[in-house]
Design a protein around this ligand. Structure first.
Ligand SMILES: NC(=O)c1ccc[n+]([C@@H]2O[C@H](COP(=O)([O-])OP(=O)(O)OC[C@H]3O[C@@H](n4cnc5c(N)ncnc54)[C@H](OP(=O)(O)O)[C@@H]3O)[C@@H](O)[C@H]2O)c1
Length: 319
């Protein structure tokens, strides 16, 4: 099983040890410099489910009190890590809300800032309609806001409860939201998007995606970010149903798989942009917190089954 996670943590003091990799503290290969860190927040992400299917630098000098983040973090309250896998973060960028480095001012925010910029072909003023599935989650809740900020005229979210729908429209500025567990999604979507869908931010795959793709316009674009409805299957990125694939081809709909980690050169600028929007009040950030390392499993399960609004975070320690 995976014991990896993104995290925000604080360096406690210099420490040398024989640990080389956070995943295997039993290995005894020396590395030049390790550091002891206190875990503050642990991130719950759907990609962890995919890592569970199989076991699967630059060295920075840290000083006491530095805050850092990384993808490779064990579920522990304190940990000794090789500095090569760490990124230093500046608390001023999040006005001291350190957990935001795991959400809007971190990987989920970057996913859709870069995803929309690179793949959506949005042109401000051209009256485009965007649909976001998984819209009330960590990535989705930011995606719709970023869609508006980058020039989309209409943003419709699809998510799993009426409370989430209300949150999207009343708090985050989505133009409309559909609860996919109630009523006919295709009919509701058609009413809300009579001119069709120009950009689809796909977080869930499965039937919801098939319904959206069926209503996409000629030369429109899918950002294939994730397919959480398929993650408990053996193939987390299964091919489209042949009938839907035929629609995609006929209408020349682009559908390339998007992976934020392929755009590391854009991270630095992206974080500054997201931080600026957050400080200007243009990007609203929501998280669902659970306390304590002992509740990591419950937090993961809850996130995978819709218990979260915004980012699912596990809180461990105060800085
Ligand atoms: N490509 C990349 O670089 C990249 C980066 C980050 C994340 N992702 C992907 O983006 C997606 C969202 O990630 P996240 O971190 O923002 O998670 P999240 O949306 O905060 O949490 C997962 C949400 O998925 C929904 N869900 C669960 N099962 C579902 C199903 N069968 N059908 C429809 N919705 C379902 C639930 O909300 P409801 O109540 O609405 O069901 C749940 O709250 C995931 O697929 C993830 O793998 C991709």
């Amino acid at each position: 099983t995976s014991r990896c996670s993104s995290w925000v943590y604080k360096r406690e003091r210099n420490h040398r040890s024989d640990c080389q990799h956070p995943l295997d503290h039993q290995k005894s290969k020396r590395v030049p410099e390790n550091h002891l860190f206190l875990t503050l927040y642990l991130s719950m992400d759907p990609y962890m489910r995919c890592r569970m299917n199989e076991d699967t630098g630059k060295n920075t000098n840290f000083t006491k009190g530095d805050f850092v983040t990384s993808f490779y973090w064990p579920w522990q309250t304190k940990v000794i890590l090789d500095g090569n896998i760490l990124e230093k973060v500046d608390p001023q960028l999040v006005d001291g809300h350190l957990s935001y480095f795991l959400e809007a001012i971190g990987m989920p925010g970057l996913t859709y800032l870069i995803g929309v910029q690179e793949k959506s072909h949005i042109t401000a003023g051209s009256n485009q309609t965007m649909v976001v599935s998984g819209a009330a989650g960590a990535c989705g809740s930011l995606a719709g806001q970023i869609g508006h900020l980058l020039g989309c005229s209409k943003v419709v979210g699809i998510c799993g409860t009426p409370e989430k729908c209300l949150f999207l429209t009343s708090e985050l500025g989505f133009d409309a939201a559909i609860n996919y567990k109630e009523g006919n999604v295709a009919e509701q979507l058609h009413k809300l998007c009579p001119a069709g869908v120009d950009v689809y931010l796909n977080n869930v795959g499965g039937d919801i995606s098939d319904t959206v793709i069926s209503q996409m316009n000629q030369n429109s674009h899918i950002i294939l970010c994730g397919q959480i409805s398929q993650y408990n299957k053996d193939v987390p990125y299964p091919p489209l149903h042949p009938a839907i694939e035929a629609i995609q081809k006929e209408r020349n709909i682009t559908r390339e798989r998007f992976l934020v980690l392929n755009y590391k050169d854009k991270f630095e600028f992206g974080i500054l942009q997201l931080s600026q929007w957050f400080k200007e009040g243009k990007l609203k950030i929501k998280e669902t917190r659970i306390n304590g390392l002992e509740n990591m499993g419950a937090a993961f399960q809850s996130m995978m089954t819709g218990g979260n609004i915004g980012k699912q975070i596990v809180y461990l320690n105060t800085a």
